[in-house]
Design a protein around this ligand. Sequence first.
Ligand code: URA
Length: 469
Amino acid sequence: MPNERRFEKIFSKYFAEVMWSKEVLIKLSVMNPQDLIRKKRDNGRFSPDEIKEFVNGVSDGSWSDYQIAALLMAMFINGLNLREQNALTEAMLNSGKTFDFSDLDGPVADKHSTGGVGDKTSILIASLAAACGVFVPMISGRGLGHTGGTLDKLESIDGYNIDLSTDEFHKTLKKCGFAMSGQTVDIAPADKRLYSLRDATSTIESVPMIVGSIMSKKLAEGLNALVLDVKTGSGAFMKQERDARKLARALVRTGKAFGVKTEALITDMNQPLGKFVGNSLEIFECIKILQNDFDKLMKPTLDLSVELTSRILTMTRIASSAKAAKAIVKNALESGKALELLKLNIKQQGGNAKVCDKPEMLCDKGLLEVKVKSPETGFITEIDAAEIGKAVAMIGGGRFVPSDKIDHFVGYACDSKIGSRVTVHEPLGTLYCRNEGQAAKVLAKLQMAYKIGLEKNVRKFELVKEVIS
Ligand code: URA
């Protein structure tokens, strides 16, 4: 080979290496926190690798809180497209373990609610769906601010253990058809750090980040189907229906992208759901419903639970139509099978299952019952459900910071709902509190949560406003 050709060959190889290393260098340099922050700050789009790098940095501690916070704000302002949203969900999901329930001889499904006041359907849906042949691995959270949490409600049952190991969770699921537990440290651990930094930087209200947070945890449950209860109204996270719809669509799209049958119901949270707000009182309401011994104020709780459970049955093909699904759920309720499974679950998770026969055990007889009276005669036209949730939290029934201790027994009964006619001094509700001091603290707040008008003037009341599938 002439010298010239040999030189050319060596040069091109060297040149290719230079090019290659330049590419790697570009890739490596883009992986720096500063560069990723700059990219999103300037409205750039992330590749899945870049999102993965960010989530890895959150999980392994190589990104500082201030770098994460800066990127969260940039993502909040400039958004994430669908590809980025799905990459974020996947990276968060892969930051921890996922369950494998392939040994169970039935479909695996769950429900997730975006949170509300008096929202107690989880306990009913888990029992009803399990009684219809679905396995429900329900991983729930605690209440914060005006919204309640399933774990706090369950802990009002004497002895009930919500801290199950992976093995105990699996065993309970197999035996009872459902298990209810708190999130373990190994499920989507990146979410814990991200959520607390989002909370501290006012970046919670971002649809793609909410999707990443909710779906990474739900997808870790190894589900075949997921129904989402996206609440809208005065007691919801998404006050406006259009925002709830946007979130519902994004959640459904991501669920499906991960191969999980997903549907979302946009449901009304313009007043507390059902009769009671407060942990043990809400379990009392669930058991009364499962005993088929409920009053009309509890009916919306049952109706929404039947609706959501029916969606699970059609998605998992246990029922061929919505009508057939409702008939199957009704049978699970009326035959007492759902109550039997709740009893079994409570026993299995260490709780006193006698509450299923005597739900009155959940009512603390030492509490003061104070009536909240209507200041005028007219019709209830609006209820600020968040204010009712906050009032219950203020007397100890909820928490304002995660470390707050709660009183499981205090609460509130909604004696009159939107559309009811009330006369002056007639009770709007009943407060169950520890002493007069607590009552004085929240009575005016509760009274002011109601708007009384001279005319009935209510829009058509729809518990389920829209189904997104
Ligand atoms: N619930 C979650 O789990 N994550 C969010 O980001 C919002 C609500």
